[in-house]
Write a protein that binds this ligand. Sequence first.
Ligand code: DQA
Length: 145
Amino acid sequence: MRVLVLHGPNLNLLGKREPEVYGRTTLDDINDLLSRRAKELGIELTIIQTNHEGIMVDTIQQAHANFACIIINPAAFTHYSIAVRDALAAINVPAVEVHLSNIYRREEFRQHSVISPVAVGQIAGFGATGYLLALEAAYALIRGA
Ligand code: DQA
C-alpha cells in the first residue's frame, strides 16, 4: 500500500513561519509523525515538499500507477493553481486535501480552494494532527471503507 504525501510551497519553513498561524511543529516533525503511523498501518510513504508548481504537477502525473492515494497540502497553490487541479483530475488516484489552518476563517482569498472539487475530501484547521487524520482517511479509502 503506497501513499504519496505532497507538501507545497513554504511548508519547508514550518516551525519558523508565522507560528501564530501554523504552530511550532516543523515539517520534519510532521513527516516523523506520519512515518510512524504509516508503519503501524502497513503503508509505505513517499514524502515530497516543493516550492515549484511545475514540480508539483510532474510529481502528481508520475503518481499515476505508483500510489494508491495522495495526501496533498497544496499551500498557496490551493487558491489559484488550475495546473495542480488539472493534474489531480487527470490521474486515477484519490487525493485527500489537508491544510494546517482553517482556511475558511482566514483572509477571503484563502477561503476558496480550486483543489477541493477534485479531492475526495478536505481536512483543515487541526494543525499537524490534520495530516494524521488525512492518513487515516487515505487508509480507509484504500481499504474501500
Ligand atoms: C495552508 C493554507 C494556505 O492558504 C497557505 O498558503 C499555506 C498553508 C495551510 O496548511 O493552512 O501555505 O495550505
